[in-house]
Design a protein around this ligand. Sequence first.
Ligand code: NAD
Length: 469
Amino acid sequence: MNPPIQHDPALSALFEAQRAASRKDGVVPWAIRADRLKRLSTLVRDNRSAIAAAINDDFGQRSFHETELLEINHVLDGIGHSLQHGRSWMKTTQRSPGYKYWPGQASILPQPLGVVGVVVPWNYPLELSLGPANSAMVAGNRIMIKLSELTPRFGALLAELVARRFDADELCIVNGGVDAGRAFCGLPFDHLLFTGSTAVGHQVMQAASDNLTPVTLELGGKSPAIFGMQAGPGGDYDKAVMRLMIGKTLNAGQTCIAPDYAFIPRGQLDRFIGAARRAIGQFYPSLATTPDYTSIINNRHFARLQALVDDAVQRGAQAWPLSDAASEPARRRFAPVALSSVAAGSTVLEQEIFGPVLPLVEYDDIEEVIAAINARPRPLALYLFESDRKVIARVLGGTLSGGVTINDVFFHVGPDNLPFGGVGASGMGAYHGETGFRTFTHDKPVFRQPTFSLLSWVYPPYGRRAERL
Ligand code: NAD
């Protein structure tokens, strides 16, 4: 049972102001939507270094390049895509009603839902706040964003930047921890998008259900990577391992779509570990000094990762350090490590890892792998490194995950023309591009009846006429 929600009068006042404004909005003309999107884009563009610096301070060290690539550029691309296509997405479309409804006219009028709430985790604070905001904004909604307590410097900066460019009833930022999150999710939003852990996702959905607020849940879980018997684009095995390892070490593995664990064909352990060590050596020639390797967000998560490795080793797993440098707890730099012979039931095979620890599971037959994946909750992402088309087709058809990238990692999340979301325990609903517009829009069916209506023919008294329709 969730404890009762503590209502926050200031938060409720913000919400009421947004709701009152949204109820006067109507369809929201394109010029207003475009103006808001441009202000959002300028906010990011004009403050890229301040944003990267704030996120860096929150992490202790966050690679500036990764913030640019995975957050700033991705958000700007998404807003650009909305500006390019939003006007056509919001057009009324005519539909054929069918001969029984002749000569009436049918159409779909896309309308904003009203006030959208967005709850954000700490791992990509810009991308996961302004990405959903972009989708809700192109759809003409008012937006409230609740940021994570683990990114306080970014939270303070974004609140200030938003307040300078937006009225509070257009877009506003709420900072705070679990209590603020619970109060936030208790507001009667017209739609709530939550990105975070599956455990908290349960609570968010419960709170939303009290208000019949529809939810989009972007959750986590254990995303598998599969090395096929013929792994490697063009037979280049090292390249395949390198691509997998970048997925495990970008943001130090603190990525919802990071490959959590990997299946490798039995007998390939030494080959895999050798290639993984070469990849890490190439990415981070000196792990201790490189500015490209991100720190773990806080001491609790650092200790959690160490405990996952210790638990596996105590149960008989072998740990394979992948870099020459050891972890540095004081700076929360966790050295990448692979684990083999991990006993079933080890915590590292049960919980989402969210760090640079890679358990390897050896297999003999691809059917074993498919069965093992299907025995678990549906993953957010699945990665398959394989050249054999039949195996690719078998894995694609035989498993269900939020998304898939073949022979690389992460790429299915990049293009704005693809929906992004989970399935089953990894989430519900999706956004990005036009899918995001639809998520935050009500497609209202409209039927226009002319003077003459064929249906007046079936008014009572019925006799036997209705039977002929
Ligand atoms: P979290 O679930 O602990 O917190 C997410 C947000 O919810 C934070 O703002 C937090 O303050 C708030 N919150 C916490 N308890 C709450 C409650 N009871 N009611 C309402 N709000 C509450 O997640 P996290 O640790 O910040 O992020 C890591 C998790 O997020 C991982 O599981 C990761 O896989 C997942 N994630 C998913 C995606 C995706 O797009 N699917 C993206 C990034 C992260």
